[in-house]
Design a protein around this ligand. Structure first.
Ligand code: NAP
Length: 523
């Protein structure tokens, strides 16, 4: 049986406390264990801050970018092994695994290129200056410098690769050492990846540490210049926000939480037309890729009332073509959820929705699956609900079913669609599917205050887009309100979390000298 280790203070160590098991969700078989406790959190965090911090301080942006590139290359050589772990421990089909593994590697490569562009500097000087007095040469500009703390990166179970690397890439490029804490149920993939990166020598001394097991003790050690980048449920987010160290020391805290995201079919899109079909295809993906376990996934589809039943019938027919079962079987599009606890949570969520909407498909554990025993695995049927008067309902807007389930909601007008989408209380992503660009632009403007990202699809770009759920490193990721109120990625914008932006006031000579050692950027 595998026992996962942590990489702290530059060495692999085994925890000593109570053990937690992780499983193969297809068969229910136990794959391995990890133990919490027995870790000197003070020493671990000091090591990262001091040794990792010193390593990064000696490097400029270009060198840190080269390090990210080397990390990505170390991972690329082992992708086959990662896919195998993702299949066994996360129940991923090869398509699911690619979203997580290639997504992580792609984000590292993107930030590596950004580092190269920033060049041999360590600071950022924002373009543009304000003259503060009428006479003389007294000016103000904004200057970014790396903060001297550590980045504690706590991740959710559904992205053991992407979640790890999208956070580490930004922190390391910004010059801040990382302690990554993956979710226990899928930490195996994160552990193997960090093991390969450390063995390759790609990461400088102390810059990358890993804690497998509970985060107990780590948050107690947080100091004012540290950072906590958290991804997970709103409930855990609230616990972290209220932690005594966070309240006392005000480290930077970013929360990426859950979300009941929507997709909207525009009034300009006819039933059976190209845009209607594109949304059908996207919804089918949302019900199968990673078994619906993506934070950005479509949970609600808002359809003009006149077309709601037609769309629901067409999606139900698509659902009938989805094969559920062992992700190793090539015919399978929908694997299991990550474990029985998540299966139970998804079924409970579905139960709540049934009080408000009609179940058109699914809602249960499948009677049979391909290549596995449905009673032993963590399978859930692809599920479709159709609601009536969406404005009067609450569960359909409030309950995040973290699995393969979608509710179709009819709407009456554009304003109604925007108001219904906003009932999610703040979401990570919304998509609009319109034939008419003017309609899409109006929707995008109206939806923006409630969402971190708006994807606009029409037939012209329909075949080439990146998808509703996929987060691109060029754009900010994170949503307001319920989604946590955080912001990650977004190219250079992501570095801001790990760098102090300081308003510098002085004469032109000051800015000439700072400009000589900084990357000048326009934001
Ligand atoms: P979770 O139970 O909240 O756990 C998230 C992480 O927090 C895990 O690493 C967990 O460790 C850790 N944790 C738990 N209690 C903690 C505490 N008291 N102090 C510090 N860390 C603690 O969430 P999950 O079940 O893994 O993930 C599913 C949720 O994440 C969904 O709601 C989904 O929407 C959300 N999510 C959001 C995003 C986003 O970008 N916004 C992305 C992915 C997922 P252990 O596993 O060891 O308990």
């Amino acid at each position: 049986m595998i026992e996962l280790q942590s990489y702290l203070e530059g060495a692999w160590i085994t925890g000593k406390g109570s053990k937690r098991e992780f499983v193969n969700p297809t068969s229910g078989e136990t794959l391995g264990i990890l133990r919490s406790g027995g870790i000197d959190a003070t020493a671990a965090i000091n090591f990262s801050r001091e040794i990792g911090g010193a390593t990064l301080k000696q490097m400029n942006f270009a060198q840190r970018g080269a390090m990210l590139n080397a990390i990505a290359d170390a991972l690329i050589s082992n992708v086959g092994e990662y896919e195998d772990i993702a299949r066994r421990n996360s129940g991923n089909t090869s398509r699911d695994a690619a979203v997580d593994i290639q997504g992580g590697i792609g984000t590292l490569k993107y930030y590596a290129r950004l580092g190269k562009k920033l060049g041999d500097t360590q600071y950022i000087l924002e373009d543009g200056e304000d003259l503060l007095t009428k006479a003389g040469d007294f000016k103000l500009r904004h200057f970014w410098a790396s903060r001297p703390g550590v980045a504690i990166c706590i991740n959710a179970f559904n992205f053991p690769s992407w979640g790890l690397w999208e956070k580490a890439a930004v922190a390391l490029l910004a010059g801040v050492p990382v302690i990554a804490k993956p979710a226990s149920s899928t930490a195996w993939l994160s552990e193997q990846m960090v093991r390969d990166v450390i063995a390759s020598g790609a990461a400088g001394e102390g810059v990358l540490s890993l804690l497998c097991g509970s985060a107990d003790g780590l948050l107690e050690e947080v100091k004012p210049f540290d950072h906590i980048a958290f991804t997970g449920s709103a409930e855990t987010g609230r616990i972290i926000k209220a932690h005594q160290s966070v309240l006392s020391h005000s480290p930077r805290l970013n929360i990426e939480a859950d979300s009941v995201n929507a997709a909207i079919l525009g009034e300009s899109s006819e039933a059976g037309g190209a845009t209607f079909d594109l949304l059908l295809r996207e919804a089918t993906n949302a019900l199968s890729i990673k078994a619906g376990q993506l934070c950005t996934n479509i949970r609600r589809i808002l359809v003009p009332a006149k077309n709601a039943q037609t769309f629901a019938d067409a999606l139900a027919a698509k659902i009938d073509t989805i094969t559920c079962g062992d992700p190793a079987d090539e015919s399978v599009r929908l694997g299991p959820l990550v474990n029985r606890a998540q299966q139970q949570a998804a079924l409970e969520g579905m139960q709540q929705i049934t009080s408000e909407a009609k179940t058109l498909r699914g809602g249960n554990i499948p009677a049979q699956v391909v290549g596995a025993d449905a009673a032993k695995g963590a399978f859930v049927e692809p599920t479709l609900f159709l609601a009536g008067k969406a404005g009067d309902l609450s569960a359909v807007h409030d309950v995040e079913i973290f699995g393969p389930a979608i509710t179709i909601l009819p709407y009456q007008s554009m304003d109604d669609a925007i108001a219904l989408a906003a009932r999610g209380g703040g979401s990570l992503a919304v998509s609009v599917w319109c034939d008419d660009v003017a309609e899409a632009a109006c929707l995008a403007g109206g939806l923006a205050p409630y969402h971190g990202r708006v994807l606009c699809i029409d037939p012209e770009i329909g075949k080439g887009h990146t998808g509703h759920a996929i987060v691109m490193p060029q754009g900010v990721h994170g949503g307001p309100g319920r989604a946590g109120g955080g912001e990650e990625l977004g190219g250079l914008r992501g570095l801001r979390f790990y760098m102090q932006r300081t308003a510098i006031q002085g004469q032109t000579g000051i800015f000439e000298r700072l400009g000589a050692v900084s990357a000048n950027v326009q934001l």
